[in-house]
Design a protein around this ligand. Structure first.
Ligand code: IMO
Ligand code: MG
Length: 431
């Protein structure tokens, strides 16, 4: 039986994946992260409190559910430990229901240094990384000398650690920086490294599992799994706006390699998108409103990064990009987020195509940085605020019908606010 559903972001991240995973968690036995790392910032809100998860799955507030960090994730013990402390202060006991794959790779302190140095060396063409060491950690994984969670139980852990550190410090110095040029989370390198190594001891309180065996066993026993994506399709290392992307595959198919499950176990693909667009960091963004309109969207949507606090770049919904994302992920159900941020506008433009010189195209071209590329907008009449699923304003229905037509995918859920309760299910997408 197919029992794994995959939930992914369809834009440049920050679509609201955390809220939806928390909302859907009661329907599943296991919630698992399969890629990315603490560059993610998944926000959950309920009972008047807000929680931000970076490396821990967003199902963690449901103590009866198993939460798993998969092999496709890169893992920072210091950030993880901070998250754990916050969960404990909320009265949870995450060491009971949170497991980590032994095959998950570590983000080392030197990866944080390298991330900062590589970004600085890029100057004006910097990626706008969250500087969490994601790129350098994946680089070491694929260069086949990464350090993994399972290694902490081996006698030669510290030797392996020192070998990678030595090698990567050499790379770091070759960029003409020294350790004192950067602070990591406000600490000098050596102090941060001390903290990092101490934290490794705390990780030993958590179950480190042969995850690929465990998860397949659970599937065999009829358990259901929700795979929680991080970032978004337009940040995918292969299909995003390269090189302004993250260093992992963020598309739905990554759930298979990031957890060790076969594609034949995948049941549904859920795609999360915002009713408009945002991007944090550099790179092309055709519908960006670098003006008062963008400022208005930023204020109405409170668009500030949950991982870095950076103001997000804002713009209108980009349908050729959304259509691209729904196609390569074969999305079964769309979840539209932050509808309330568009409440009470007179007019809502949507990018329905691009113009390149005199040619109109409706697909996402290879080169989004083409200066001649201009969005073509279709204007929709705005709606007054609403929170009643039985009386959707006609203007809003027109807006979603158009998106459904263009993406050939049903909008099955809309979110009207950050709180769990502000969620309207339009179709039963679980069937
Ligand atoms: P969630 O899961 C939004 C962006 C960064 C930068 C680029 C590369 O919360 O949606 P990296 O740190 O991966 O080297 O940064 O990707 N980025 C995100 N933007 N949401 C995220 O995660 C992101 N994770 C990375 O801003 O442009
Ligand atoms: Mg984010």
């Amino acid at each position: 039986m197919k029992s794994v559903d995959v939930l992914i972001g369809l834009q440049w991240g920050d679509e609201g994946k955390g809220k939806i995973v928390d909302f859907l968690a009661p329907e599943y036995d296991i919630i698992a992260r399969f890629q990315g790392g603490p560059n993610a910032g998944h926000t959950l809100e309920f009972n008047g409190e807000k929680h931000i998860m970076h490396s821990i799955p967003s199902g963690i507030f449901h103590p009866a559910k198993i939460n798993i960090i998969g092999n496709g994730v890169v893992f920072d013990p210091v950030i993880f430990n901070k998250e754990i402390s916050e969960l404990i202060s909320c009265g949870l006991n995450p060491s009971e229901n949170l497991y980590i794959y032994k095959r998950t790779h570590f983000i080392l302190p030197v990866h944080r240094l390298l991330d900062a140095a590589l970004e600085k060396a890029k100057g004006t063409s910097k990626i706008g990384s969250t500087l969490k060491g994601i790129g350098p950690a994946y680089t070491d994984k694929y260069a086949r000398h990464g350090l993994r969670i399972g290694d902490i139980d081996n006698y030669d852990f510290i030797d392996k650690y020192n070998n990678i550190k030595k090698l990567q410090l050499k790379n770091f110095h070759s960029l003409n920086f020294d350790e004192n040029d950067f602070l990591i989370d406000n600490l000098p390198f050596l102090e941060y490294e001390k903290l990092w190594l101490e934290t490794i001891e705390l990780i030993k309180h958590f179950k480190r599992i042969d995850g690929e065996i465990y998860i397949n066993e659970q599937i065999k026993n009829g358990k259901t799994i929700l795979a929680e994506g991080a970032q978004g399709t337009l940040l995918d290392v292969d299909f995003g706006s390269y090189p302004y992307v993250t260093s992992s595959n963020t598309v739905a198919s990554a759930a298979c390699t990031g957890l060790g499950i076969s594609p034949s176990h995948i049941r549904k693909i859920f795609g999360v998108f915002k009713a408009y667009c945002t991007r944090v960091g550099s790179g092309p963004f055709p519908t960006e409103q670098d003006n008062e309109t963008g400022e208005m969207l930023r204020t109405k949507g409170n668009e500030y990064g949950s991982t870095t606090g950076r103001p997000r770049r804002c713009g209108w919904l980009d349908l050729p990009a959304l259509q691209y994302a729904t196609t390569i992920n074969a999305v079964d159900a769309l979840f539209m987020m932050k509808v309330d941020a568009l409440d009470n506008l007179e007019q809502i433009p949507v990018c329905s195509a691009y113009a390149i010189n005199d040619e109109i195209i409706e697909y996402l071209p290879f080169n989004l940085e083409n200066l001649e590329l201009k969005p073509v907008y279709t204007n929709f009449k705005g709606w007054n605020n609403f929170n009643n699923q039985y009386h959707l304003p006609e203007e809003f229905v027109n807006y979603i019908k158009y998106i459904e037509k263009k993406t050939n995918t049903p909008i099955s859920l809309v979110s009207m606010g950050a709180d769990r309760s502000k969620t309207i299910v339009l179709y039963d997408f679980m069937k």
